[in-house]
Design a protein around this ligand. Structure first.
Ligand code: PLP
Length: 395
């Protein structure tokens, strides 16, 4: 009999982390690999945030804190929601965890019973289905096509709802496609959900601050009557280039927030006291970094989309947020190229041209691949030229 639990056997390691690790190994072996797999900004954490952490260490903020976040950070989170999303919350409606990832994991652990369904629009962030499985729930994957802008439609949502549906996940702007939902699109989904009163909504807003072309960001709790049934998750990782600090947070119904805290109290306890002090500065301090950084990302997005669309067999939508694009490689999957799947494409690209990207099937939609353009223009120029050579060599 295996020592490994049945629940762990239901899940797989994160494919995006696997690609990043593979690229790292090849680099150590002396290969000139360009990694376009990682989901983290290449910018450094702003100095005002670093200095707040240093001050916290010097001041002795180095002990346990309240399990689900210091009052100072919870107040900063309340301020953020009020200022940026016109949402009002009280302290007992806020929880802080070790990254948005832990907050989501805790939320599923706290709410899912065996067989409960979670509607996950695909392409999805790789961790959603596995977290749901680990918590004993059932992911209900709804494929959203390129024609639909990779976004969930009210019709598909309606069809996916069953008596067992407990949660619907919305992620805008999205990982892996960068697609952002318009106000009207969210409101149309909300109309369907308003009629199904037992369903809760998990809004993953982690890419809220990475957006372009004056794309107007809205979160469902703000523009619907569903606030009482919505858990809105966000964090400092992507907005403030703080992936390593591990601070994420959520706002929502008191009973869910309390239950999340209970799990945290018996697992990790509080997130790092120093990171929490840094996150207070991130949320309350100067926000100029966000704009500056978004301008740099926009330039990269434009370059990558233009370069990809010039390659025969590849086509790519222009997303309005996050730092990913999700091009189609379907035009190159055929007998002549001897590539059958997106996984073949990605493997060969790494083998032949040392460019690491992630296959679309890992995100629940075959025939595509994800590029993270959170790397320098120099790297992107090199990568695009290698991808072009690779695709042309297939003809
Ligand atoms: N949600 C999405 C869609 C993500 O892409 C990520 C990170 O990649 C997270 C949540 C979690 O981020 P963190 O745990 O760093 O806050």
């Amino acid at each position: 009999m295996s020592i490994i639990s049945d629940s762990l056997k239901r899940i797989k390691p994160s494919p995006t982390i696997a690609v990043t690790q593979k690229a790292r190994e090849l680099r150590v072996a002396g290969k000139d690999v360009i990694g376009l797999g990682a989901g983290e900004p290449d910018f450094d954490t702003p100095d005002n945030i670093k200095n707040a952490a240093i001050r916290a260490i010097k001041k002795g903020d180095t002990k346990y804190t309240a399990v689900d976040g210091t009052p100072a950070l919870k107040k900063a989170v309340i301020g953020k929601f009020r200022r940026e999303n016109k949402l009002k919350y009280s302290l007992d409606q806020i929880t802080v965890g070790t990254g948005g990832k832990q907050v989501l994991y805790n939320a599923f652990m706290a709410t899912l019973n065996k067989g409960d369904e979670v509607i996950i629009p695909a392409p999805f962030w790789v961790s959603y289905p596995d977290m749901v499985l680990l918590a004993g729930g059932k992911p209900k994957i709804v494929k959203c096509t390129e024609k639909e802008g990779f976004k969930l439609t009210p019709k598909k949502l309606k069809k996916a709802i069953s008596k067992k549906t407990k949660w619907v996940i919305l992620n805008s702007p999205s990982n892996p496609t960068g697609a952002g939902y318009l106000k009207k699109e969210i409101q149309d989904l909300a109309k369907v959900l308003a009629r199904n009163k037992k369903i809760y909504i998990l809004s993953d807003d982690i890419y809220e601050h990475v957006r372009y072309d004056n794309f107007n960001f809205f979160t469902i709790a703000q523009i619907s009557k569903l606030k009482d049934r919505t858990l809105t998750m966000n964090g400092v990782s992507k907005s403030y280039a703080m992936t390593g600090w591990r601070i994420g947070y959520a706002a929502g119904p008191k009973d869910i927030i309390k239950a999340i805290g209970k799990i945290q109290s018996q697992s990790t306890s509080n997130p790092s006291s120093i990171s929490q002090a840094a996150a207070v500065e991130a949320l309350n301090g100067n926000q100029g970094f966000i704009k500056k950084r978004s301008n740099a990302f926009k330039q990269r997005r434009d370059f990558v989309v233009k370069s990809l669309n010039r390659i025969k067999g590849i086509s790519c939508l222009k997303p309005n947020g996050a730092f990913y694009v999700f091009p189609s490689c379907k035009g190159l999957l055929n007998k002549k190229t001897k590539l059958k799947t997106d996984t073949d494409f990605v493997k060969k690209l790494l083998e032949k041209e040392n460019v690491a990207v992630v296959q679309g099937s890992a995100f629940g939609l075959d025939g595509y691949f994800r590029i993270s353009y959170a790397t320098s223009m120099k790297n992107l120029k090199k990568a695009m030229s290698r991808i072009k050579s690779f695709c042309e060599s297939l003809e």
